[in-house]
Design a protein around this ligand. Structure first.
Ligand SMILES: NC(=O)c1ccc[n+]([C@@H]2O[C@H](COP(=O)([O-])OP(=O)(O)OC[C@H]3O[C@@H](n4cnc5c(N)ncnc54)[C@H](O)[C@@H]3O)[C@@H](O)[C@H]2O)c1
Length: 445
């Protein structure tokens, strides 16, 4: 069944993806280098962009009997991979080849084939303060009188890069900062700008980058769970300057699986008594998360999903007493190859208990890189789409996040398949196509 669209736009109204798309990555560690090396490997025909919806996904248009499912990248005007140009910031001076070799996600063979390209990308000095990431000691950092001065330096970096490309997106792939809560300084642009000059401790480095990007009209994606764009000041800047923002913390491994399994239990009205999730990982991200203050930020992001999906207030018999625990342990021998175990205690008919064990031997950055690519491409598309450019939060990109961002008063949607449907229907909508509801009664008329 398809519904008639209301106010959908024609393709012509979305500005074309002409020229170069500049991607500025904050933090050139495991995720960033895997993204950059991967995009180059795909461009050279050395590998396929597996895991990327924008590159490999199709979208059904019209009725099932129409057999019309183009590739998403042929349906909406996305930037071409050949037109992406990377730069970024890091607190270490290593070029992207050195950083990728250090991260040990991709094999030496893979990296050797694109070494000169990777060596040519060198990070700019970062805005960093060890107060916000206790386990790191940065050496390649900006200095300034106050946080406002640092923000102006990031703005200058963005302006200089803008001269070499046609459009820019900023992606935070930096380390997880300590847990922070919104304060008065985050409530308006004026308060935030005063806070920058006053060196307000509630303003973390990630917020300085986000402020600089949004001020420059550049969309911003936050791959980590820190408090960065989920703040009134950033929503205001985003709307004012037509610079889209969206949720935070890439939904890659354990949470990805959780947001597939939990909706299945709820759909079948099966109860859940407990869900114990533990992880071991040995990369720098794991080392940073070994600090309790950074772990708290991650924990909050990982814990949120079950309550929203299972809705214990609607189903007290099934989920009211659910015990949910998330652990992350730093274990160096595994490097980037995380192991995530889930023990799920469920119960069925008449309350009889059952157990499910999930052991996901995943590769963190291999899962994160295609998500980062899709986000960059979709945020750039949103900025060129009149219906999306000035709405601020792009809730339709919830699909990619552990913590989707929503308008005030709305609960976030965590169910992966609802998120996927929402994303695809948004693409249909902006292209003036009928939405798909899966009703299908017309086939039986
Ligand atoms: N890989 C995944 O599956 C995944 C999933 C969800 C979230 N994340 C998050 O993505 C982020 C990146 O993960 P990673 O595995 O690449 O970590 P990483 O430690 O390899 O890379 C982070 C990089 O950020 C740099 N950095 C830290 N603070 C900075 C600052 N203020 N400015 C500039 N650079 C800074 C560090 O020097 C490091 O090079 C982490 O916050 C992680 O929690 C990763």
């Amino acid at each position: 069944m398809s519904v008639h669209r209301e106010g959908g736009l024609k393709t012509a109204e979305i500005a074309p993806a002409k020229g170069k798309l500049g991607v500025m990555v904050v933090g050139m560690g495991a995720v960033a280098t895997t993204l950059i090396a991967g995009v180059e490997a795909v461009r050279k025909g050395l590998a396929k962009p597996i895991g990327s919806l924008t590159q490999m996904g199709t979208i059904r248009l019209g009725k099932r009997t129409d057999s019309n499912s183009p590739l998403i990248k042929d349906f909406v005007p996305l930037a071409n991979l050949d037109d992406i140009v990377f730069t970024g910031w890091d607190i270490f001076e290593d070029n992207v080849y050195e950083a990728a070799a250090h991260a040990k996600v991709l094999d030496a063979d893979h990296l050797a084939q694109i070494k000169p390209f990777l060596e040519a990308i060198k990070p700019m000095p970062a805005v960093f303060d060890q107060h916000y990431v206790k386990r790191l000691h940065g050496t390649h950092v900006k200095t300034g009188k106050h946080k406002c001065d640092l923000a102006m330096q990031v703005i200058a970096d963005i302006q200089a890069f803008k001269k070499t490309v046609d459009r820019v997106v900023v992606l935070w792939a930096g380390s997880t900062e300590i847990f922070l809560e919104p304060t008065a300084v985050h409530q308006s642009i004026a308060a935030f700008e005063k806070g920058l000059v006053d060196n307000d401790p509630s303003i973390a480095p990630s917020q300085i980058y986000a402020y600089a990007a949004l001020k420059e009209g550049v969309p911003f994606a936050n791959g980590a769970p820190n408090l960065t764009v989920d703040l009134p000041v950033m929503v205001e800047l985003s709307k004012q300057n037509g610079a889209p923002i969206t949720g935070k913390d890439f939904k890659t491994g354990q949470t990805f699986i959780k947001t597939v399994l939990a909706p299945a239990f709820k759909a079948r009205m099966l109860g859940v008594a407990g869900w114990y999730s533990t992880n071991i990982l040995g990369n720098r991200d794991g080392e940073v998360l070994d600090d309790p203050e950074s772990f708290k930020t991650k924990e909050e992001s990982k814990l949120g999903v079950l309550d929203y999906i299972l809705q214990p207030e609607l189903y007290p018999d099934l989920y009211k007493d659910l015990y949910h625990k998330v652990r992350i342990n730093y274990y160096p021998p595994r490097g980037d190859n995380k192991e995530g175990w889930d023990n799920i205690d469920i119960f069925g008919w008449l309350g009889y208990p059952m157990q499910i064990k999930v052991d996901f031997l995943c590769r963190d950055s291999i899962l994160a890189a295609p998500i980062a690519l899709d986000l960059v491409l979709f945020l750039d598309l949103a900025q060129r789409t009149p219906q999306l450019a000035n709405i601020g939060i792009q809730e339709w990109l919830s699909f990619y996040w552990k913590s989707p961002q929503t308008a005030p008063g709305l609960y976030p949607e965590h169910d992966l398949f609802i998120q996927s449907m929402k994303l695809k229907n948004t693409l249909r909508h902006i292209m003036g196509e009928d939405l798909i509801t899966h009703l299908g009664l017309e086939y039986y008329d």
